[in-house]
Design a protein around this ligand. Structure first.
Ligand code: GLA
Length: 389
């Protein structure tokens, strides 16, 4: 059964019938290069995927909210109300849609009625492919469609990020929500997070595909060291600002960083800032390589990105390092790196189509041997942003 039908059927089972119900979709995302640059005023290069979050929603006549997720069936229907938009532990995953509703109200878009909502995602949970940002953008998209709010897709991204920062307490940058809200089939988004200017770059991987390897090491941004990395970068920036006039680490190129880096008084912070500066430059170079059809160079830059995330930014860990280092050994792998926040989650590799089977077999085998449990592999396609189905 197709996802849409599956979710509609469930809606009927849970809420009695499906009259007046509409179906929606928002994608997940993968970042090709430009990691931990989005809160440093740098560039990112993510794309939306054809996997994502499916929702069936119906407006109510009162202010109740009733949510059900097929990914967390054991939690049953979680109820709330538009009059109680505060984060609560017992609200579990529904803190994401509630947060978005709260953020709409903060922007003076009063939500007149509650809704019943059933969701089903085919993004592996906790994989680092942004299931939470997908849910945030989906919620905003549904609110716009249901109540006619005057917001652009880019606004939906900003609202999603605002809710995640201020309602759910995760200090994430704009990349995930932007990639999801602005996704375009067969294109990646070259986004400058300093001013949100962006450009779509076509991804024609002749004879190759994007393969995601999921480490199955669960992570949540909240309990990771994500916020710690952010503040290390902020401190490094403040130190640099004493000697050079910059707004963000993304304003520096490699030479300038080397010239001013001694202003950063701590060696660890210097490494963090170095990653942010060099990764931003790598991202710009990678997009130029892609435009010049130099996919081999693009792959080399992906590999260098991983090394920097491993050694300077220190957000990889044995699981992601094993997946990537084993991938580098396989013939037909053009590039491989961790993607997303790190500390678990998944890797992204560009693999020649005829090498995909052996890639999955070899990397999978080596991973199981070393880590003790299996990784999962997904050959993915780049898809569009949110839609009504
Ligand atoms: C997470 C955050 C993003 C970004 C990445 C790292 O996915 O949500 O904003 O910072 O980590 O590049």
């Amino acid at each position: 059964m197709e996802m849409k039908e599956k979710v509609l059927k469930k809606f009927g089972e849970i809420f009695g019938d499906t009259e007046g119900v509409k179906s929606y979709f928002a994608p997940g995302r993968v970042n090709l290069i430009g990691e931990h640059t989005d809160y440093n005023g740098g560039h990112v290069f993510p794309c939306a995927l054809t996997i994502g979050t499916y929702g069936a929603a119906r407006k109510r006549e009162d202010r109740k909210l009733r949510f059900f997720s097929m990914n967390f069936e054991h939690l049953g229907v979680i109820e709330s109300s538009l009059d109680n938009l505060t984060p609560e532990k017992k609200a579990d995953w529904t803190n994401y849609p509630k947060g978005v509703m709260w953020a709409f109200e903060k922007r003076d878009m009063k939500i007149p009625y509650g809704m019943d909502l059933v969701l089903c995602g085919n993004i592996p949970n906790g994989s680092g492919l942004s299931s939470s940002a997908s849910l945030e953008v989906l919620t905003g998209f549904i609110l716009r469609d249901m109540f006619g709010f005057d917001v652009t897709n880019q606004d939906l991204a900003l609202i999603g990020q605002y809710s995640e920062n201020n309602f759910n307490g995760v200090n994430c940058g704009i990349m995930d929500q932007f990639a999801i809200a602005m996704g375009k089939k067969d294109h990646a988004i070259f986004l400058d997070t300093a001013d949100l200017s962006y450009e779509y770059a076509p991804i024609h991987l002749e004879g190759a595909k994007i393969v995601i390897a999921c480490s199955n090491k669960k992570r949540g941004l909240g309990d990771s060291k994500y916020n710690e990395r952010r503040s290390e970068c902020e401190t490094a920036l403040a130190e640099l600002q004493k000697v050079v006039d910059i707004k963000s680490l993304g304003d520096l190129n490699e030479e300038q960083f080397e010239q001013y880096k001694d202003a950063i008084k701590d060696e660890v912070r210097r490494k963090r800032a170095k990653h942010a500066v060099y990764e931003n430059q790598r991202t710009v170079k990678a997009v130029a390589a892609l435009k010049a059809n130099d996919i081999a160079q693009f792959g080399q830059l992906m590999n260098a990105s991983h090394v920097s995330l491993r050694d300077d930014y220190e957000v990889t860990g044995i699981e992601l390092d094993t997946l990537v280092e084993e991938a580098w050994k396989v013939d037909g792998v053009i590039g491989s790196r961790m993607t997303g926040a790190g500390f678990g989650g998944c890797t992204v590799s560009i693999v020649k189509t005829d090498a995909i089977d052996s890639f999955i077999e070899k990397v999978g085998e080596a991973y199981r041997k070393k880590i003790g449990y299996a990784a999962d592999f997904y050959v993915v396609e780049i898809g569009d942003g949110p839609s009504v189905l």
